[in-house]
Design a binder for this molecule. Structure first.
Ligand code: ATP
Ligand code: MG
Length: 590
């Protein structure tokens, strides 16, 4: 029942709603048993010799039977109302708390958890929880009380007939626990696993369709998906077979209870010679036994729902279990804008390899340092430590001698602009997208950065200019164009520190030239940490760090490094060849 207290913890204020729903539903269950007793009383009146008042009593009993039946249903509705109120409250709070936690996550958290995944986890689990609380929980009280109440009733009337009707019920319960426990549970688990596998493969398949089409590999990629479907199919057939015998036995036994009752009744009549009493009780047991069977069935579903709700809450907690970035007790402000890495090491969570390995360097205020190196050498990781996407494991990342961990997050964000490899624009107007850089910017200021970031030509060709909503029909921007808009946003922000991860994607020389110009405007007079994928952009920077496996292997200006004839010189030669190759190739087509 830990799950119930966990859910109750999500209730704010009206903590009484859930217990209230349970109590009401319990009373409704008991009230629901009363009509059976009144009907028994009516039948007893019919069996006994008329004393004159019988008709009157039968009428009264009939009213009571109807009243208690209606009362039971009404109470159940009331219980459902309370449980729905509780469910909405818990669901809303679950979503709210998850979102509150998520906005405090380190930015790196969003690498692994895409917006789609986060939405799915929160949506799915909040709604499973809602279903459980609103619909299944009220039955919990009934499921526990009903068998107890029925047991009492069974022995209150005639214990011999009671025992007889208990036999099929006990057989049914044993069958049920066999199906639910042990092998059944194991099967349930592998069933859930293969269902998940099939879903994943389906998504993989759909996601890979463009690649598959280009490479003409339809058969291979479909194979995995097909295999997962077959596996699921076999699982379901096996699962169904497993239930086949116990389920049919269960159904026969629980519905064939009369076969257990009647022989005993005949024996009892033969033994006591009292027709009326035995028949009367027999009638009662025929009424009451199916009620018991139903409650066993319900408890089975409830068990399943309880398992699902547990799983839902767990998955939600797993998602938000990542430590939020610790906040400094006395956050400091930034007064100087130089960046300093002091023996910084960092490994990604769950990885033993160091992505950044004992790295030290500094960027004096107003200077530009470029990181170059092979793909996977750790450049992006290094850059992301400055705006605290992650915190360094060892060592310190400082801005103006203050550890970034000591700086108030808002202050840090205000002073650092970052433009990353794949920028994201919001599905709103271009104006709003750019204004994100500085919400209080005037329209003139925005127009100015549009020019500085070389975006004028993009805006001019859009139907509503700056007010065009992007991401809607016909207004998608190319990668290079998106990057320029992102640069406009960063220029508008005008932060003294700029962290730049150049786009790796190929852009045409025209676009490249525009982006370079925009970058020039953004980095003017700023402290810049830039990751360069095209060596043409680093020729004039103040210092180049060549990164390999998270370490600096060479350091110096473009000229100094060329003289060294080391790794950088090699990269430069390769780069020159590739540029010539591109130019040569273009010349061929002219
Ligand atoms: N979110 C992540 N979780 C775990 N490991 C990661 C994550 N991001 C990167 N890595 C690993 O860290 C190492 C450094 O990656 P990083 O992205 O910093 O390289 P990079 O130099 O920026 O490469 P590129 O030039 O391709 O952008 C790689 O081995 C990579 O596999
Ligand atoms: Mg990178």
């Amino acid at each position: 029942m830990r799950i119930l207290s966990k859910l109750q913890a999500y209730m704010t204020g009206r903590k009484a709603l859930l217990p209230g729903a349970l109590v009401l539903s319990a009373i409704s269950t008991l009230t629901g048993m009363l009509p059976f007793i009144f009907i028994w009383l009516i039948v007893r009146e019919l069996f006994t010799i008329d004393t004159g008042y019988a008709q009157l009593r039968i009428n009264t009993y009939a009213w009571w039977a109807m009243g208690t039946a209606i009362g039971g249903v009404a109470l159940y509705f009331l219980a459902l109302t309370l449980s729905h109120l509780a469910a909405f409250r818990v669901e809303t709070n679950m979503r709210r708390q998850a979102m509150q936690k998520i906005v405090r996550m380190p930015l790196g958290f969003f690498d692994k958890n895409t917006s789609g995944r986060i939405r799915k986890i929160i949506d799915d689990n909040a709604s499973i929880t809602h279903m459980f609380l609103a619909h299944q929980l009220p039955d919990l009280a009934g499921t526990i009380l009903m068998p107890l109440a029925t047991l009492v009733l069974i022995f209150a009337f005639d214990w011999r007939l009671g025992l007889a009707c208990l036999v099929p019920i006990i057989i049914a319960m044993i069958l049920m626990s066999l199906m639910m426990g042990g092998t059944g549970q194991k099967f349930m688990k592998s069933y859930m696993n293969s269902l998940e596998e099939m879903n994943t493969e389906a998504v993989e398949y759909v996601r890979g369709i463009p690649v598959v089409k280009v490479f003409q590999q339809t058969v291979f990629s479909f194979k995995n998906f097909h295999n997962s479907i077959m596996k699921y199919r076999n699982m379901v057939i096996k699962y169904t077979r497993l239930w086949e015998k116990p389920m049919s036995t269960y159904t026969v036994v629980i519905h064939g209870f009369v076969f257990f009752l009647v022989p005993i009744a005949i024996l009892l009549i033969g033994y006591s010679g009292n027709y009326a009493n035995v028949l009367l009780n027999l009638f009662f047991y025929i009424l009451i036994t199916p009620v018991f069977g139903q409650s066993i069935m319900r408890s089975m579903y409830l068990n399943q729902a309880l398992g699902q709700a547990k799983e839902a809450v767990n998955r939600m907690e797993e998602l938000t279990d990542v430590e939020a970035l610790p906040l400094a007790e006395n956050p400091k402000n930034i007064s100087r804008y130089d960046i300093c890495f002091k023996e910084v090491s960092f490994s990604y969570p769950g990885s033993v390899q160091k992505a950044v390995d004992n790295l030290s360097f500094n960027i004096p205020a107003g200077k530009t340092v470029a990181l170059v190196g092979a793909s996977g050498s750790g450049k992006t990781t290094i850059a992301r430590l400055v705006p605290r996407f992650w915190d360094a494991g060892n060592g310190q990342v400082c801005i103006g001698e203050t550890d970034v961990k000591e700086i108030a997050p808002k202050e840090l964000m205000q002073h650092v602009s970052f433009v990353f490899q794949n920028t994201k624009l919001f599905k709103t107007s271009l104006l709003e997208n750019i204004r994100y850089g500085n919400p209080s910017a005037t329209i003139e200021a925005i127009e100015r950065v549009v020019d500085l970031a070389q975006c004028r030509e993009i805006i001019n060709k859009l139907p509503d200019g700056l007010n065009t909503k992007i991401g809607t029909e016909g207004t998608y921007l190319s990668g290079g164009e998106q990057q320029r808009i992102a640069l406009a946003r960063a220029i508008l922000k005008d932060a003294p520190i700029v962290v730049l991860d150049e786009a790796t994607a190929f852009t045409d020389p025209e676009n490249e030239h525009l982006i370079q110009q925009a970058l020039g405007k953004l980095t003017e007079g700023k402290t810049v940490l830039m990751i360069a994928h095209r060596l043409s952009s680093v020729q004039n920077v103040d210092s180049i760090l060549v990164i390999d496996k998270g370490k600096i292997t060479e350091q110096g200006t473009h000229k100094e490094l060329l003289k060294k004839q080391g790794m950088y010189a090699n990269m430069w030669n390769e780069y020159q060849k590739s540029v010539q190759w591109t130019i040569g190739k273009e010349a061929q087509y002219v």
